[in-house]
Design a protein around this ligand. Structure first.
Ligand code: NIG
Ligand code: FE
Length: 430
């Protein structure tokens, strides 16, 4: 039997209670449900009690000896962070393009010249399953060190079936073998391969008639994503890919209005996407449509920062009622980072969000963006024992003191896996 874990006496325990059913919007995004001197009892991987330390000490007095006690005094305790948008499984890096962009080349120019997504695709195609697994496993370790306990992972560096399959199989194996949970998204529509440049609709046909049905049949992904962008997939092509995916049970997501306004937000609302991501250039009409339909806006300010572009208008989206989540977009071209806490800092400084809002955006709203709102993202009885302890006294300091990894302890599935910033054991137990 697994030992119970008793986290005791946090200076602030962020519970976000009452948020499991629907993502938080507007003022509710600031209601963190903080308990001072708060404690949590976790057993068999599940949260059994949350409350004031003195209450829990009374309740569990006779069982104290059964538990691993974690002293959180002077520290901030939050739900394990959730990253709802990453391109986790890829090979290689692209620092050469970073250098080119610093000299004035644009992201799209590099991609259209055969670099960018195409460059990573070539590397990913030629990597073996084992190489891809090892590289991505390391990245997951780094996510965990930054307090992240669930990560969404997209395919999309295949552009042909064998590599798409390899990426999705690696994601599945990571989910099974790494303590961090990995939630898979099929993103065959990440770029149009060179061979189809003259006839992109033929590639769309291949996606909807062959790849999507096979992904669904093999149960390799829950979501279906498309890069709807001028020069990549048009709104019409994107609509078709997402609607066809729905017929096979794949929930739509969309890379929307990232580089140019393209009515991606409107399309997300129209097809009933669970989230629309990026939204740097989204229209007000699109934002309102998302708010009406409850589409989560997954904002990726690290991408804007790294591409030296203006960030999405997170403040406006929240004020209009869009449920906002935050993510790293971890990928080798536009956001090579695993630091969700740094993204939270950018949320405050670049998108006008408050320190409280960025906490809900990186926990419960992020969980809702990947259909996990009833299992993770808040500290409530019955939820998974996924908890992060930061070495700061309060939630504001987490964003204020930036560029530093404050992660002290991580409890995943009710087990202490990071302690004092270090892994406590080989991370092979899921
Ligand atoms: O979310 N926009 C498209 N896809 C990724 C970047 C992928 C890459 O450059 O390798 C993104 O920004
Ligand atoms: Fe992305």
């Amino acid at each position: 039997m697994r030992k119970a874990v008793f986290i005791r006496n946090a200076s602030q325990l962020v519970t976000l209670q009452g948020s499991s059913k629907a993502p938080l919007v507007k003022e509710a995004m600031s209601e963190l449900g903080i308990i001072e001197n708060g404690s949590v009892w976790i057993e068999e991987g599940i949260i059994k009690a949350v409350g004031k330390d003195e209450e829990l000490v009374k309740e569990f007095a006779s069982r104290m000896h059964e538990a691993e006690v974690v002293d959180a005094s002077g520290k901030l305790v939050t739900p394990g962070l959730v990253d709802p948008h990453t391109h986790l499984v890829f090979a290689g890096s692209r620092e050469n393009e970073f250098n080119m962009r610093l000299q004035g080349a644009t992201y799209m120019e590099i991609m259209n010249a055969g670099g960018g997504i195409h460059a990573t695709t070539r590397r990913t195609q030629s990597a073996t399953h084992e190489e891809l697994f090892q590289e991505s496993y390391e990245r997951l370790n780094q996510f965990l060190r930054h307090g992240v306990t669930t990560v969404e992972a997209k395919s999309g560096y295949g552009m042909e079936w064998d590599t798409e399959l390899k990426q999705l199989e690696v994601a599945k194996q990571l989910n099974e073998q790494h303590v961090v949970d990995v939630v898979a998204t099929f993103m065959g529509a990440h770029a149009v391969p060179k061979e189809y440049k003259q006839d992109p609709d033929e590639f769309v046909r291949l996606l909807v008639e062959e790849m999507i049905p096979t992904v669904a049949e093999l149960g390799l992904a829950e979501f279906n994503d498309v890069f709807c962008e001028h020069g990549v997939f048009t709104p019409e092509q994107s609509r078709k890919i997402l609607e066809e995916g729905k017929r096979y049970g794949l929930i739509p997501k969309i890379h929307a209005d990232e580089i140019e306004p393209y009515e991606g937000a409107e399309l997300a609302a129209e097809v009933g996407a669970i989230s629309a991501d990026h939204l740097l250039r989204a229209s007000e009409k699109g934002m309102k449509a998302m708010a009406d339909k409850g589409v989560v806006g997954v904002l990726l300010p690290g991408t804007a920062y790294f591409l030296m572009a203006e960030s999405a208008n997170g403040r406006k989206m929240i004020d209009l009622g869009v449920p906002v989540a935050l993510s790293t977009d971890c990928n080798p071209g536009s956001s090579p980072t695993v630091s969700l806490p740094f993204i939270m800092n950018l949320g405050c400084l670049k998108m006008g969000m408050t320190p409280a809002e960025v906490i809900s955006a990186a926990t419960i709203n992020a969980a809702h963006a990947i259909n996990r709102g009833s299992e993770i993202g808040s500290l409530e009885v019955g939820k998974k024992g996924d908890i992060t302890i930061f070495n700061v006294e309060n939630y504001m300091k987490l964003q204020y003191s930036y560029g530093v990894n404050h992660t002290d302890t991580v409890v995943k599935n009710g087990q202490v896996v990071v302690k004092g910033g270090q892994f406590v054991e080989k991370l092979s137990l899921s």
